[in-house]
Design a protein around this ligand. Sequence first.
Ligand code: SF4
Ligand code: SF4
Length: 242
Amino acid sequence: MEPDVSPISLQETFCFSCHPAVPCFNECCRDLNQFLTPYDILRLKNHLGLSSGQFLEQYTSQHVGPDSGLPIITLKPLDRKDLICPFVTPKGCSVYDNRPSSCRTYPLMRGVSRSRESGLMVEQFMVLKEPHCSGFDKGKARTVQQWIDEQAIAVYNEFNDRLLQIISFKNTQKPGTLDIKSRHMFFAALYDLDNFRSQIIKNAIVADLPIDSSLVDKALEDDLALLEVGMSWIKHALFGIR
Ligand code: SF4
Ligand code: SF4
């Protein structure tokens, strides 16, 4: 049976409940095809107490977008057959508080497009009903907005939208395949944050960046500030945007 995908607005309700007693418990954590955003990686590597380099090496596969040349990072499944998530346990998700945005958003999906005229981001939601998922059977009703609040998704969406904005700049400033050097810069500044921090310290690579120097100072200790600096640096160094 094919999944059913229906559009839903922020104020519309849907019924859903997921807990260890559902017959399909953990079913959605196999057959993995999980893309990770820079903010997903920041949260997961800190949850696990790993550096970004260790996390990327141990838990991810790295690909290159065939048309864009941009780095694409996916979670490496435990095995090749069932494609089980490395973080699933008999008791559920072992990284629950810091699970990736797509896991938080499920059974909803969020799509974002950027208006060419206004530059504003426009979001759209869908409800994904997969045949194996019994969470809809007796679930309590809540609006999409309530789901976003309950699952603490807003901060993920904020940083994921900033990434989308950078990709949109890339598509207008450098259409086609990104060169290897630019791809490595993109990867280092957005995904391999701890390495980027050491580059800031060793090589002062953000010295000319038109941002508040206090944010750069904060980034030496704070990963969220570091990701903000990384995003500003990529926009400036690769696409000439101040
Ligand atoms: S991160 Fe957690 S919720 Fe997401 S697929 Fe893995 S085990 Fe499941
Ligand atoms: S109810 Fe749906 S989301 Fe919950 S464990 Fe089952 S398949 Fe996964």
